[in-house]
Design a protein around this ligand. Structure first.
Ligand code: ZN
Length: 278
């Protein structure tokens, strides 16, 4: 009995609390952090029950509600580091988390800055099982097409392996739990290195952000864009940052955060007016 109590005591003492874990994980990403803001944001870090990686690492998130004066704020769900070797995506997510604590946002935000912590640790696109999480979403066509597409179109590229079945991976299950729990109006996923804003959603005018042009790359069996937009009619914006290196001027991306907010508001308006016409 005493021994069991001792075990319990030591195991909880050794597990870093979630706020400290949030700070240390995000600080390890490239680029400058605002120390005070990061600690303040991470003090609010939370975790859904099903959000643990294949290797047992906690997948945390940060919530920021819209300002109280906003009558119908849109809900924006952000995933970064879906691919573990795309470090700048995590740096931008971290910068946005820090900023969200300083502003009174129009929209409600949930940010999951490190969806694939095992991939991040191993510096791999895939998770610990060698699965591309962004091909593992349970799209309607998954059973019929995902593995065939991988075999024929990618010539079994190991970086694009969709897994043995849809939603087989814990990171995918965590992302799905967030979609279910948060009920977003728009999903944003941050990637590298193609340098484009790729939107799966209703037709809207391209935003003015010349650094990263508006270009549709299409979606794939098992991808988040196909799962959310094609199957569920929820707009999905993919930000593909340039290159694989460090994002030098993180503050430039503040504007991109506001643009994402504009896109969420515009898209929802269009979709709602279409709904009324039906
Ligand atoms: Zn990616």
């Amino acid at each position: 009995m005493t021994f069991l109590f001792f075990l319990l005591l030591t195991s909880t003492a050794f597990a870093e609390n979630l706020s400290d874990f949030c700070v240390s994980s995000l600080k390890a990403l490239p680029g400058k952090t605002k120390n005070g803001e990061l600690a303040a944001a991470c003090a609010k870090a939370a975790q859904l029950e099903s959000c643990v990686s294949e290797k047992g690492v906690r997948i945390f998130h940060y919530d920021r509600a819209a300002r109280a004066t906003e009558k119908e704020p849109k809900k924006i769900l952000v995933f970064a580091l879906v691919h573990g070797d795309e470090f700048p995506s995590g740096s931008v997510a971290r910068s946005w988390i820090e900023r969200l604590g300083l502003i009174e946002p129009r929209n409600s935000w949930r940010v999951v800055p490190i969806l694939n912590p095992d991939g991040l640790k191993n510096k791999t696109r895939m998770n610990a099982n060698g699965v591309d999480v962004n091909r593992n979403f349970p799209t309607k066509d998954w059973d019929e097409k995902a593995l065939k597409y991988w075999e024929k179109e990618t010539k079994k590229d190991p970086r694009r392996y969709p897994g043995k079945s849809a939603a087989s991976e814990k990171e995918t299950i965590c992302a799905l739990a967030h979609i279910d729990d948060f009920q977003p109006d728009l999903i944003l996923s941050i990637h590298t290195p193609y340098g484009v804003l790729d939107f799966d959603g209703p037709k809207i005018a391209p935003p003015n952000f010349p650094r990263i042009p508006w270009k549709n790359l299409g979606n794939y069996p098992g991808s988040l864009g196909r799962y959310m937009w094609v199957d569920k009619s929820k707009p999905t914006l993919t930000i593909e940052l340039h290159g694989k290196g460090v994002v030098e001027k993180l503050e430039e991306f503040d504007r991109l955060q506001d643009i994402t907010g504009d896109i969420a508001i515009k898209s929802e308006k269009i979709l709602r007016s279409k709904d009324k016409k039906k």
